[in-house]
Design a protein. Structure first.
Length: 59
């Protein structure tokens, strides 16, 4: 499975493969991956805001 396909499935942009077995541990793993990916995106947005938007208002 490709990385972009996995990201699409984590963010509910793509449907998962119906033939793939789904266990309880797999659900937990995908849930943790979603949380960590969303936290990373929030941190990147905060850093962009801090380094590029705030200095425009201080000048």
């Amino acid at each position: 499975m490709g990385i972009l396909r996995q990201l699409g499935e984590y963010l509910y942009l793509k449907k998962r493969d119906p033939n793939e077995p789904r266990t309880q541990w797999m659900k937990y793993m995908h849930g943790m991956n979603r949380i960590s990916l969303l936290m990373f995106l929030v941190a990147v947005i905060i850093m962009l805001f801090k380094f590029f938007i705030l200095p425009l208002f201080k000048g």
